[in-house]
Design a protein around this ligand. Structure first.
Ligand code: XMP
Length: 319
């Protein structure tokens, strides 16, 4: 009968048979899928795997250090930390349209990944954390009418462009099976239970034009918010939570002075698969306490709102 341990052994054997003594590259995002795929492939072929972590400057507070640190130091993977913040933020300067922002980030991501991959001698395989639902979705969507709400950031099309063969060891698994496999491979629970984080990162939580100043404020506010959620024991009950910094400044009063700072919106939803979602019913105490903390601890924000839109009609992210 089927056990995760047996699956793991079988998957490792299949990876070894397929890859032989060739090199594999993998775009590590810090998300559960690419992390588990990388850990599994590393177990199968060790240092024949090189991961590239593209740092687009749109990550959360300390995120790059945490992800790279864990894979490099704790799990002993070879990880290239591609520090390309200047490139991405430079190209995004003055851009406010959501789809244009997404396309710029997606296009640069592929260019950057390709640049680093070209530097890895003899790479023949590209690893991807494709899951079973992704496989089904791409089949059932082809041919039928479809409306694109948001262009998605992924590395589809990359293997052909780069002349690489795909390794997709999670193709038969559902999300909870991927989590179980990740635990089996020794990834920490805190990592496996992480909320989803979108490829375009904080760019789509900063509606309109991005600036370094706004990103800085957003990172701090988001960290306080997530800390509050963890302290109240709500992290695992919520499917995804984040702060969006609004493109508007409002007047406030602090001490005996007038303030004129950014407003932000807190977002938290429950969901099964992200396709539909309900806003999370926080208590008024929680919301009040969180607003006070953010305003006291984050310079640049003087107003906090809570987004009570479900999906549909809203989307989870703001752009
Ligand atoms: P929306 O905002 O469309 O988001 O309701 C649904 C889920 O998808 C995530 N998301 C993305 N994930 N690349 C990703 O990898 C993207 O371009 C992207 N856009 C949205 C979002 O965070 C939520 O979990």
């Amino acid at each position: 009968d089927w056990t995760m341990e047996a699956y793991r052994e079988q998957a490792i054997q299949q990876i070894r048979d397929k890859v032989g003594d060739k090199r594999v590259i993998c775009a590590l995002s810090g998300g559960v899928d690419s992390s588990v795929a990388a850990a599994l492939i590393h177990e199968a072929v060790g240092d024949q795997l090189t991961c590239v972590f593209v740092d687009h400057g749109l990550l959360r507070l300390n995120e790059a250090q945490e992800v790279v640190g864990m894979f490099r130091d704790h799990m002993n993977l070879q990880v290239i930390h591609a520090q390309e913040q200047e490139l991405f933020l430079g190209k995004l300067e003055g851009v406010s349209d959501p789809e244009t922002k997404r396309k710029i980030i997606g296009g640069l991501f592929i260019d950057v990944f390709q640049k680093y991959a070209d530097g890895i001698e003899g790479a023949e395989f590209l690893a991807q954390g494709t899951l079973y639902p992704d496989v089904i979705e791409s089949v059932s969507f082809s041919g039928g009418p479809s409306v694109t709400i948001k262009s998605h950031h992924n590395v589809g099309g990359l293997p052909e462009k780069m002349g690489l063969k795909l390794v997709e060891p999670l193709r038969e698994l559902f999300k909870d099976e991927v989590r179980a496999l990740g635990r089996e491979l020794g990834l920490p629970d805190s990592f496996i239970g992480r909320h989803p984080f979108p490829g375009p990162g904080l760019a789509i939580r900063c509606p309109g034009e991005i600036s370094r100043e706004k990103l800085e404020i957003l990172r701090k506010a988001d960290a306080v918010y997530i800390d509050q959620i963890r302290k109240h024991g709500l992290y695992d009950e919520i499917w995804q939570a984040f702060v969006a910094i609004l493109p508007v400044r409002t007047v406030g009063v602090m001490g005996d002075g007038r303030t004129y700072d950014y407003a932000c919106a807190l977002r938290a939803v429950t969901s099964v698969d992200g396709m539909t979602a309900d806003y999370y019913p926080f208590s008024h105490d929680f919301l009040g306490e969180t607003a006070t903390r953010i305003i006291n601890e984050v310079k640049g924000i003087n107003r906090v709102t809570y987004d009570v839109t479900s999906k549909p009609p809203g989307t989870i992210e703001w752009e």
